[in-house]
Design a protein around this ligand. Structure first.
Ligand code: GDP
Length: 349
């Protein structure tokens, strides 16, 4: 199930209070630091209380390897001026999906991208785009996801911001022409309207104006980044008349709850203790009970009573559930088709 495919399925209703975005970066380009700064800057402003400070890729194995392996989600409760300006809301929940910028984690990348409606491409202001990000970007273009370029670490003395912006744009254009050649039915025009934000994640600063090489972005917070995300990443679309359709995009384990399935809800509402139909890959259907429903606050999973369309949640209680399967309505089950990001041409009908 791709996001692009889901958009075809989706109705015209919109969750303006929500944005789902993947962050893609080569290792060391500053993803963890930037996401931490996003959390820190929204923590006080948000009405959701203090969050424990932890880095995004704190898993031991990941620490050892120095790379982010699991597409995890972090939830930022944003309540700055861009919320009213672009969403007409006081608060917007931004789910940030940590996507490995590495072809070695192919399936992981696709599943990360299947949860989101846009991509933040984070590139070091000195190193520029590295070959490993090509794979992820190609997938993002295939899924017709809008891309925001964040040129990070503008403060580096060896920054070469002009060169990095043009290298990245060249890379995107090259990939887009490959993707368009293979899939002539895709319209990549809107996807290639790429806004650029300049940042120093370490200083928690951003700007839309290009700083000097080695200089600081002109805003003393990340507001320009939040503004660009809210403006450029579409609110999740859904059909308010449709039954529950939630797609399993990843699995996790909890010592207390057992297997957790990470889901993006495309339509309908999922409630704790609800009985739902579990549509399996082999075509069979089983009735299951959602024994626990978990939402994300910052980096923590917290128990929730219900979740609606566009939301990303974890559920417990289904021990054999697999990636790619659907939870749907018991009375009127409508499983989502299983399509891979590689096959955008497959029609949804
Ligand atoms: P990740 O691997 O992409 O998650 O990168 P990290 O956030 O762990 O950062 C990698 C390194 O870059 C660390 O040593 C950070 O201190 C450094 N770093 C992160 N952000 C900035 C920045 O804005 N400017 C500079 N100069 N260094 C940064």
């Amino acid at each position: 199930m791709t996001t692009a495919a889901a958009r075809t399925l989706a109705g015209t209703d919109e969750r303006q209070d929500l944005r789902n975005v993947a962050i893609v970066a080569h290792v060391d380009h500053g993803k963890t630091t930037l996401v931490d700064a996003m959390l820190t800057q929204t923590r006080e402003a948000g009405a959701h209380g203090a969050l424990e400070e932890r880095v995004m890729d704190s898993g031991e194995l990941e620490k050892e390897k120095g790379i982010t392996i699991l597409a995890k989600n972090t939830t930022v409760f944003y309540s700055g001026p861009a919320a009213t300006k672009h969403a007409g809301m006081d608060n917007v929940t931004i789910n940030v999906i940590d996507t490995p910028g590495h072809a070695d984690f192919g399936g992981e990348v696709e599943r990360g991208l299947s949860m989101v409606d846009g991509v933040v491409l984070l590139v070091d202001a000195s190193e520029g785009p590295l070959p490993q990000t090509r794979f992820v970007l190609r997938k993002a273009l295939n899924a017709q996801l809008p891309v925001i370029l964040v040129v990070n670490k503008t403060d580096r003395p060896d920054a070469r911001i002009d060169g990095v912006v043009s290298d990245t744009m060249d890379l995107l254009l090259g990939l887009a022409s490959d993707v368009a050649e293979e899939n002539p039915e895709l319209n990549l025009d809107s996807v290639l309207d790429v806004p650029v934000v300049f940042a120093s994640g370490r200083e928690g600063r951003a700007s839309k104006n290009q700083p000097e090489d080695g200089g600081m972005p002109d805003s003393d917070d990340l507001e320009p980044l939040f503004d660009t995300i809210l403006e450029h990443v579409p609110a999740p679309k859904y059909d308010s008349g449709e039954v529950l359709q939630a797609h399993v995009t990843n699995l996790d384990a909890s010592p207390f709850l057992g297997r957790l399935a990470l889901l993006r809800i495309f339509n309908g509402t999922l409630k704790k203790n609800q009985q739902v139909a579990w549509a399996r890959k082999d075509g069979t259907m089983k009735t299951v009970k959602i024994t626990e429903l978990l939402a994300t606050k910052g980096l923590e999973r917290v128990s929730a009573d219900s979740a609606g369309p566009g939301e990303i949640v974890a559920v417990a209680g289904i021990s054999d559930i697999m990636i790619g399967e659907t939870l749907t309505d018991l009375e009127n089950p409508k499983p989502l088709p299983t399509i891979t990001v590689d096959d955008p041409a497959i029609s949804m009908t």
